[in-house]
Unconditional design. Structure first.
Length: 364
């Protein structure tokens, strides 16, 4: 009995005096390991008589539990002390500036394309696409542009070299999508689409680039008039510029694929020396700015799309997406859209998570 009491005292003292986790683990192995002193005492229970096991077993088991509990308590104390020492030695200066995280942005052209899709979706238009490498039938002939038309000249159009069944070009406008959309409808269903995308012409200055973006709209149905065209454009421009005081002026013009044709001007006013879209120019300082080309679809174009021009009518319109972005967001040089200058994009671009949305829509 005195031997067990002395062993308990010695082991508990060794646990309390362990100054580190390694020293404490050594005490654990010495007492409770496979060859430990307490483990050895437990093994002797098998050779005792039932009376001896009944009296000695609880004492030895009690010794084992006391040592195990002491080791667990000491381990917690040592771990807390080690953490406190680490926290005391490791400091973080919260006054230092945080390194900026690189973030992408939405290009103004992409933003305007999203806005266009949103507006025209509310008006019942679908988005249609087509190839950027076109044959000259879709790009010119089907749109009533004869072989002698200046738009076919080499200085305007990029022609592709090689042997082809038809001459191939980089499309000069997104109007070929109109023909493809009509063909897909089979000449029996109404068509209401917009066709945004890249186009190509041999031109470059502050307001022109060899590659630029256009959006065209097409409506084919029965009983379509110029009144439908004017209302659609007025509703679109009010929603896009988010102003109810948009004033339009339609000027007679000429496009081979529409008849009659009209250039669409929008009124602007001058505020603090800058042109601002909106307001009636006749009521003060301001003027007119051309933003769109439009007209009633030519009979030959309707026929080329597979429709009977005696039964079906339609209107079409088109404008430069890059120009719309310049007008709405105050940019003055089209070439900067394609320079790849990150400083420009940071200034004019839109955060991926906080791009502006159209507050008014077209429901008003």
């Amino acid at each position: 009995m005195s031997d067990l009491d002395q062993l308990r005292t010695d082991l508990l003292a060794a646990v309390d005096s362990a100054e580190g986790l390694d020293a404490l683990d050594a005490v654990r192995v010495q007492a409770l390991g496979k060859s430990g002193t307490v483990t050895g005492l437990l093994k002797t229970l098998g050779g005792m008589s039932p009376e001896q096991r009944q009296s000695e077993g609880p004492r030895i088991q009690g010794l084992r539990e006391a040592v195990a509990d002491a080791i667990a308590t000491r381990r917690d104390a040592l771990e807390r002390a080690a953490l406190d020492a680490r926290l005391a030695s490791e400091t973080l200066d919260m006054t230092l500036p945080v390194d900026a995280v690189a973030a992408g942005g939405v290009h103004p052209v992409s933003q305007v394309m999203d806005e266009l899709a949103e507006i025209f979706a509310d008006l019942g238009f679908a988005v249609a696409t087509g190839p950027e490498i076109e044959d000259d039938w879709h790009n010119f002939t089907a749109l009533n542009i004869p072989e002698t038309h200046p738009a076919r000249a080499m200085h305007d159009t990029f022609y592709l070299a090689g042997d082809h069944e038809r001459p191939m070009v980089l499309r000069t406008h997104t109007s070929p999508v109109q023909i493809r959309a009509m063909k897909a409808a089979g000449g029996t269903q109404p068509v209401r689409i917009i066709a945004p995308g890249r186009t190509y012409r041999s031109d470059s200055d502050a307001t022109h680039t060899p590659m630029f973006h256009q959006v065209e709209g097409l409506v084919i149905d029965k009983g379509i008039t110029l009144g439908h065209l004017k209302w659609t454009l007025e509703t679109f421009l009010k929603a896009f510029f988010e102003r109810d005081d948009i004033v339009l002026r339609l000027r007679p013009s000429y496009f081979p694929f529409t008849e009659p044709s009209a250039e669409v001007d929008v009124g602007y006013t001058v505020i603090n020396g800058k042109r601002v879209i909106g307001g009636d120019p006749s009521q003060g300082e301001g003027g007119w700015m051309e933003v769109l080309g439009s007209g009633m679809v030519h009979r030959k174009v309707i026929a080329a799309g597979g429709y009977d021009p005696d039964q079906w009518q339609g209107f079409a319109f088109g404008c430069g997406i890059d120009r719309l972005a310049m007008l709405k967001y105050g940019m003055d040089d089209l070439r900067a859209f394609f320079d790849g200058d990150l400083r420009w994009l940071k200034h004019y671009g839109f955060g991926a998570l906080d791009v502006p949305t159209l507050s008014g829509g077209v429901g008003a």
